[in-house]
Design a binder for this molecule. Structure first.
Ligand code: F6R
Length: 249
């Protein structure tokens, strides 16, 4: 696990955008896995600027998103499909047929999950997976106690996640209670992982992910055994890591 501590959210976003841009430049037909949420927003904005300036192109790449709320259609402004269109897909030159996100309206959920895995496999697997982290240590919507063996599946959201994500809804009651998410196994099979965390409220969780026991209690801790994972945090989210490094020194 590589740890990079950026100065602040802007610096973190710039570094993350550069990693993704570098991947697209080295391998234009790359397969990216992307996340939603507040953390990658500025990174996506910077990527749209780079695309406008023709520094980078999404024309040949494929993008698979981590998750989608169950029961929301992509036209619903609260859905992750809508989020991705609004913040990235409509603003860069990616082909719509090369963007993938679980279908939140699927009637046969097991079939939808299997089909999503098949699509990832047929695309050749994910080259670079971008992740955020929940305060409870979730990655994707793999909440504490998830099986490390799970592929894409239906998940029940934790109360903590519902509370955290209510910032995107008018009321807490509107937040869907379930979602379809790539599983830990899907994420671990990505060839490279870049996890972003910003802000002091993530500091303890980041510390547990990096130095804690590898356990489904903190799902992100599994990344300790990924052969090519980078954890990119700002100083606020990394404050406990720095304390630890000071101790070691
Ligand atoms: C989003 C996702 C989640 C978020 C996490 C952090 O697709 O899968 O794991 O990355 O909840 O969210 P923010 O960035 O809003 O703190």
């Amino acid at each position: 696990m590589r740890i990079v501590i950026a100065k602040d959210y802007e610096d973190l976003s710039r570094k993350a955008a550069h990693v993704i841009a570098g991947q697209l430049i080295m391998r234009p037909d790359t397969v990216l896995g992307l996340a939603t949420g507040a953390t990658p927003l500025r990174c996506y904005e910077l990527l749209t600027h780079m695309a406008e300036e023709k520094l980078v192109s999404f024309r040949q790449c494929k993008i698979f998103n981590l998750d989608e709320y169950y029961s929301l259609s992509p036209e619903n402004p609260q859905s992750y499909g809508y989020f991705m269109k609004q913040h990235l897909f409509s603003r860069v030159d990616i082909l719509p047929e090369n963007t993938f996100i679980p279908n939140g309206l699927a009637e046969n959920i097991a079939q939808e999950c299997q089909a999503y895995e098949d699509l990832i496999r047929r695309a050749g697997g994910i080259d670079l997976q971008l992740l955020g982290i929940g305060r409870n240590g979730h990655i994707g919507f793999n909440e504490p106690d998830v099986s490390f063996e799970a592929f894409t599946h239906l998940v029940a959201l934790d109360q903590d996640t519902i509370q955290a994500n209510s910032k995107f809804f008018n009321t807490r009651e509107e937040v869907p209670k379930t979602a379809i998410s790539m599983g830990i196994k899907t994420i671990m099979q990505a060839r490279g992982i870049l996890l972003l965390a910003s802000g002091a409220e993530k500091a303890e969780t980041v510390y547990q992910m990096v130095y804690g026991k590898i356990s489904p209690d903190v799902p992100a801790s599994v990344l300790q055994i990924h052969p090519n994972a980078t954890v990119l945090v700002d100083e606020a989210a990394g404050q406990r890591l720095q304390e630890m490094q000071n101790k070691v020194l």
